[in-house]
Design a binder for this molecule. Structure first.
Ligand SMILES: Nc1nc2c(c(=O)[nH]1)N[C@H]1C(S)=C(S)[C@@H](COP(=O)(O)OP(=O)(O)OC[C@H]3O[C@@H](n4cnc5c(N)ncnc54)[C@H](O)[C@@H]3O)O[C@H]1N2
Ligand code: MOO
Length: 399
């Protein structure tokens, strides 16, 4: 970690200007430093988006009984077969046992009667009066009980996020409850006396453009934004809300640099915070922070400039919330990136890109204070200082 000059802040602390960790190290630290929160049992229907703390094991076999895979006839013995009844999905199994030389008409998903040799689909059989004929192979078109799952089989490992596919799979296995990580509870504190939350900004004012980004990133990473407030530039108010109980992580927007109104460092010093990320060698978004207070609460500092805040939200906020939620870090997505971007000689340059098939193209015109270019982009690309046009770079999908 390179350290540049250390100017004294208006609050009297020191500030590690400009450099800090590399972008790649900061991203990795944020994904690995916070430990996953505790686990709880919840109804599987309420588990969407949560991370499994334990593997899910099948309660029931799947299929739970020998079942027909086609509509047609369940047949026993040799052709021809005399049709003696009909059995449909959800209906009673008729007859109890199929005798050689007989058949029942059967629907896909119905219980196959004992004694059945195979199910012959309508389109591969001939039916005249009550006699059916056709060629069969033993067990053809019968799904055998337990062929997909047996009770106790692991269906989904711990660490996976509960998606719709997971919910479907565990329902098939008769599971009604799962053990998942607690969702991280997050507080978002928006600083800046000039920041307003609605209407047209008057002279000296700006509309809050950081909250929508932070809220979306928190949600995407599996967190719950439970408290969201504007605290202006009042250091006591900031201190009170950083310190207040009831959350696992506090996000502070603005207040990350070294100006007179940037009180975050003072508050963190008072709270005895341990710093994990204190500035990142990237442009934009270098004044970002990740720290843990002495009572185990996490804090993320986002720069006030909105595009810089977006960069920081994807660099430290998203991985930190995901780590608290118990999610394993995503494998990096890398694509060749084409187009002009001014390299940042001391670290990473993050630029908005359009995604097109197997490559990404730089959206020109991004500035730290403006989200205009990002609003037309699909992702950010993380460009190394010695980047060559068309070579692969890490891609971060935009919220
Ligand atoms: N002497 C130095 N000054 C600054 C440095 C530096 O290294 N040395 N870094 C600059 C960079 S880069 C950034 S980014 C900003 C970060 O500053 P803060 O995080 O302390 O943010 P503020 O000073 O409060 O605001 C910066 C800018 O953003 C506007 N802002 C703030 N909050 C919001 C919001 N929620 N929505 C929209 N816009 C917001 C604010 O009005 C300012 O224009 O520091 C530079 N200075
Ligand atoms: O990094 Mo500031 O992060 O350029 O806008």
């Amino acid at each position: 970690m390179t350290q540049a000059r250390q100017p004294t802040t208006a609050a009297g602390g020191t500030y590690r200007a400009a450099t800090g960790l590399s972008w790649w190290d900061a991203h990795e630290v944020a994904a690995r430093a916070p430990r996953a929160l505790g686990a709880e049992r919840v109804a599987s229907a309420a588990a969407t988006g949560r991370t499994l703390a334990d593997p899910v094991r099948a309660v029931a076999a799947a299929p739970a009984f020998d079942t027909a895979a086609m509509d047609g006839y369940a047949v026993a013995g040799e052709s021809p077969w005399r049709v003696v009844g009909r059995v449909l999905a959800g209906g009673p199994a008729v007859p109890d046992t199929l005798s050689p030389g007989t058949a029942v008409e059967i629907g896909t998903g119905a219980v196959v009667p004992p004694g059945t040799r195979a199910v012959i689909p309508y389109e591969r059989s001939h039916h005249v009066d009550d006699l059916v004929t056709g060629a069969i192979e033993d067990r053809r078109n019968i799904r055998t009980a337990g062929e997909d799952l047996r009770p106790g089989d692991e269906i989904v490992p711990a660490g996976r996020v509960v998606t719709a596919s997971v919910l479907g799979a565990i329902a098939q296995a008769g599971v009604d409850e799962v053990t998942v990580r607690r969702r991280p509870r997050v507080r978002l504190l928006v600083t800046g006396d000039e920041v307003i939350t609605g209407g047209r900004p008057a002279l000296g004012q700006v509309r809050d453009a950081v909250s929508p980004i932070a809220a979306a990133v928190i949600e995407r990473a599996g967190g719950d934004l439970v408290d969201h407030r504007h605290v202006g530039d009042d250091p006591d108010l900031l201190h009170r809300h950083v310190e207040a109980a009831g959350v696992d992580l506090v996000v502070v927007s603005g207040s990350s640099s070294i100006g007179a109104a940037d009180h975050l460092r003072t508050v963190l010093a008072v709270l005895g915070a341990r710093w994990y990320v204190d500035g990142v060698a990237c442009r934009p978004g270098h004044p970002q922070a990740l720290a843990e207070t002495s009572d185990g609460r996490w804090l993320v500092g986002l720069p006030g400039n909105p595009f810089a805040a977006l960069v920081a939200a994807l660099t430290v906020l998203e991985p930190a919330v995901a780590a608290l939620a118990g999610r394993a870090p995503n494998p990096p997505l890398r694509l060749p990136v084409t187009g002009d971007a001014t390299p940042y000689p001391h670290g990473a340059r993050l630029v908005p890109v359009h995604l097109g098939g197997s490559h990404a193209r730089v959206v020109p015109g991004a500035r730290p204070g403006s989200l205009r270019a990002a609003a037309t982009a699909d992702a950010l690309a993380v460009l190394a200082p010695d980047r060559v046009d068309g070579e692969p770079a890490e891609i971060l999908p935009l919220p």
